[in-house]
Write a protein that binds this ligand. Structure first.
Ligand code: B12
Ligand code: SF4
Length: 494
C-alpha cells in the first residue's frame, strides 16, 4: 500500500516510527512536509508565507498517487491540517486517517470532520499496519483495534489494543524523508522510552495514561544497546553534532542511567540534551550524566508558587528541592534550562511574580517561559471549564486547535496580559545583568505584550544560545529547501 503522510513545522518522531514500521511491513511511504515558516508555534512571521508551498506539496502528493493519506495531529497543528486536507481530498479521493494527541483526546470531534474517514487512538504502529494489511487483502477493516471509522453515517468504535511491551522490537524511526525537507541539521532527536510516571494536571501524557489503563505497562524503556545501535545508524548517515533525548523524563532510574552513561561514553560521546523532573535529580544521576557528556538539562519548575504546584499542578515539591536540584546540575558543569509557565487558572499577579523570583534565585543558564494552554481532556482543562476560565467559545477554539502556549492566553483570565509579558521577558530577564533587571521588571509590570514580544525575538540568540541558534539554522535550511522545491515545480509547470 502507498501511504502519504502530511506533517508541518518540525520533524515528528511519532511519524518517523510509523514510517519505519510500515516500511518494514512492505508498504511504501512518502511525506509532504509544510515547513510552516510563517507560524512555527514560537514565532508568527507573515512575510515567510511565500515559502509555504501548497502547490508543490500537492503536486508531489498527486505524483505519489497514494492509497491512503495519514495525518498526525498535536492539538495546535489541527488548524493547519484542516487547511490542507480539503485540498488533498479534492485531488486524491482516497481515505484520510488521523492520529496523534489531539485525535486521542477528542476522537468523536475529529471524526466529525468531513475530510477525515478514520482515526487511530493511542499507539499507531501495529494498528496502522493491521489496517493496511486488511485493506490490501480487501478484508473487513472495521474491527481493527485502536481504530474508529465513519461508515454510512455511523461511527464504528473499536477498543484499544495492548501497548507495545518491548520497544526494542520496533524498527528505528526513519528520518530520511524529514531530512530531505531540511528538518534537522546538527541535532538528532530521539526518544529512549514511552510514558511518564508523574501526574501533572496540564499534561497530555497523564491523560494518555488513563487511555491505556489495563493495557500493559505505560512506562517502557528501550535497552541501552538498542539505543546505541539506533544512534550509530543515524550517525553513519547524517552529520550530527549533538543529540536531544526527548523523553519526558530521562532521569527516572539510576540503574538505567549508569548503564547508559557507560556505553554512551564509550560508543557515542557526543554532547547531549535531556529532560529531568526536579525530584529525580540527585548527585549520583547528574554525575553519571556529566560523565556521559550531557551538556544541558531541561528542568520544569513551571510555577514558583508552592501552593499552585502542589494543589493545582500536582507537582508536590518545595522551592528548596527545586533550588537544590538546580544547584546539583549547575555545580556539575551541565547547563541548566529552567522552564516556567504563566497564566494558570487561579494564578494571581502575586503567584506569577513568585515564579520570576524563584527563577531568579535558581539562576539557570537559560530560562524559558510559556503561557498555559489547556490541552483537551487534561485535568487542568476540565478544571478551567468548571471554574469559568473557559466558556463555550474558548472550548470550541481549543477543539479547533487554535492558540498555543507561545502567543497569548486562551483563558478568560484576569491577569493574562501579565502572564504573556512575563513569559516573553523571563528569558531576557535571566540574561540581563542584575543592575539592569529593575528596568525589565518595570517593563513587565507595564504589561507591554507587543514590546515584550519584540524584545523576546531580538534576544533569541542570547537567551537561547544553543536551541535558539539551532532553530534559526534549521528554519533557514527548511526555507531554502522549500524555495528549491517551488522553483522545480514552477519549471515543470512551464
Ligand atoms: C519530542 C516532542 C517534541 C519535540 C519535537 C517533536 C519531534 N521531533 O517529534 C519538540 C520539542 C520540537 C516538540 C514541539 C511541540 N510539541 Co511536543 N512533544 C514531544 C514529546 C516529548 C515526544 C513525542 C514523541 O516522539 N513521542 C513518541 C511517539 C512514538 O509517540 P507519538 O508522537 O504520540 O506518536 C504515536 C501515536 O500518537 C500515534 N500517531 C501519531 N500520529 C499518528 C498518525 C496516524 C495516521 C496514526 C495511525 C497514528 C499516529 O502513533 C505514533 C506511534 O505510536 C511529546 C510527549 C510524548 N511523550 O509523546 C510532546 C507532545 C507531543 N508535544 C506537545 C506539544 C503541545 C508540542 C508543541 C505544540 C509545543 C509548542 N507549542 O511549541 C510543538 C509542536 C511542534 C509540531 N509542529 O508538531 C504535546 C501535545 C499535546 C497535544 N494535545 O497536542 C505533547 C503530548 C507534550 C505534552 N506533555 O503535552 N515536541
Ligand atoms: S513530568 Fe512532564 S511528561 Fe510527565 S506528566 Fe509531568 S509534564 Fe507530563
Amino acid at each position: 500500500m502507498k501511504v502519504l503522510f502530511y506533517y508541518r513545522g518540525i520533524e515528528s518522531i511519532g511519524v518517523e516510527y510509523l514510517m519505519s514500521y510500515l516500511k518494514m511491513k512492505g508498504h511504501n511511504v512518502e511525506l509532504i512536509f509544510d515547513p510552516g515558516l510563517d507560524d512555527n508555534h514560537f514565532l508568527k512571521l507573515k512575510f515567510m508565507k511565500k515559502f509555504n508551498q501548497y502547490e508543490s506539496l500537492l503536486e508531489k502528493a498527486k505524483s505519489f498517487d497514494p492509497d491512503i493519506i495519514a495525518v498526525s495531529i498535536p492539538t495546535n497543528l489541527y488548524p493547519f491540517v484542516n487547511r490542507i486536507i480539503p485540498l488533498l481530498k479534492k485531488e486524491l479521493p482516497v481515505p484520510i486517517i488521523a492520529g496523534g494527541p489531539h485525535v486521542s483526546s477528542l476522537p468523536e470531534y475529529v471524526l466529525e470532520n468531513e475530510n477525515i474517514d478514520m482515526i487511530c487512538i493511542g499507539e499507531g504502529e501495529e494498528a496502522f499496519a493491521e489496517l493496511l494489511d486488511k485493506m490490501e487483502k480487501k478484508l473487513n477493516i472495521y474491527d481493527t483495534k485502536n481504530m474508529w471509522f465513519k461508515k454510512e453515517g455511523r461511527i464504528i468504535k473499536n477498543g484499544t489494543r495492548n501497548l507495545i511491551a518491548d520497544l526494542d522490537q520496533l524498527p528505528f524511526p526513519d528520518k530520511s524523508l524529514f531530512y530531505e525537507y531540511g528538518c534537522f541539521y546538527d541535532n538528532l532527536e530521539m526518544v529512549t522510552g514511552r510514558g511518564c510516571p508523574f501526574k501533572c494536571t496540564f499534561c497530555n501524557i497523564h491523560f494518555q495514561r488513563s487511555l491505556a489503563k489495563d493495557k500493559g505497562s505505560f512506562i517502557r524503556r528501550r535497552s541501552i544497546p538498542n539505543i546505541i545501535q539506533e544512534l550509530n545508524e543515524h550517525l553513519n548517515r547524517y552529520d550530527i553534532k549533538y543529540i536531544s533525548f526527548h523523553d519526558d523524563n530521562f532521569t527516572t532510574s539510576i540503574d538505567w542511567i549508569e548503564e547508559f552513561a557507560e556505553l554512551y561514553k564509550k560508543e557515542i560521546n557526543l554532547p547531549f540534551y535531556c529532560f529531568a523532573y526536579p525530584t529525580t535529580v540527585n548527585k549520583e544521576i547528574v554525575s553519571q550524566l556529566k560523565n556521559a557528556n550531557c551538556m544541558q538539562i531541561f528542568m520544569g519548575m513551571d510555577s514558583g508558587d508552592p501552593d499552585i504546584r502542589k494543589n493545582l499542578l500536582k507537582r508536590p515539591m518545595s522551592d528548596e528541592r527545586i533550588e537544590m536540584s538546580a544547584k546539583i546540575i549547575k555545580d556539575s558543569g551541565i547547563k541548566l534550562q529552567l522552564s516556567t509557565i504563566f497564566g494558570f487558572p487561579e494564578e494571581t499577579p502575586e503567584s506569577m511574580w513568585k515564579t520570576l523570583h524563584l527563577a531568579e534565585k535558581v539562576n539557570p543558564d537559560i530560562a524559558s517561559g510559556y503561557i498555559f494552554y489547556p490541552f483537551p481532556k487534561t485535568e487542568l482543562y476540565e478544571y478551567s471549564i468548571k471554574k469559568g476560565y473557559l466558556g463555550n467559545e474558548e472550548i470550541e477554539r481549543i477543539k479547533r486547535g487554535e492558540g498555543g502556549y507561545h502567543h497569548g492566553s486562551i483563558l478568560k483570565h484576569p491577569y493574562k496580559k501579565l502572564a504573556v509579558t512575563l513569559s516573553k521577558l523571563i528569558p531576557v530577564y535571566n540574561k540581563t545583568p542584575s543592575m539592569f533587571r529593575p528596568l525589565i521588571k518595570w517593563l513587565m509590570a507595564r504589561e507591554c505584550t507587543k514590546l515584550a514580544l519584540v524584545i523576546y525575538i531580538i534576544s533569541i540568540p542570547i537567551a537561547f544560545p544553543f536551541l535558539g541558534i539551532d532553530g534559526i539554522k534549521v528554519t533557514l535550511r527548511m526555507a531554502w529547501k522549500a524555495y528549491r522545491m517551488k522553483v522545480k515545480t514552477a519549471r515543470r509547470g512551464n
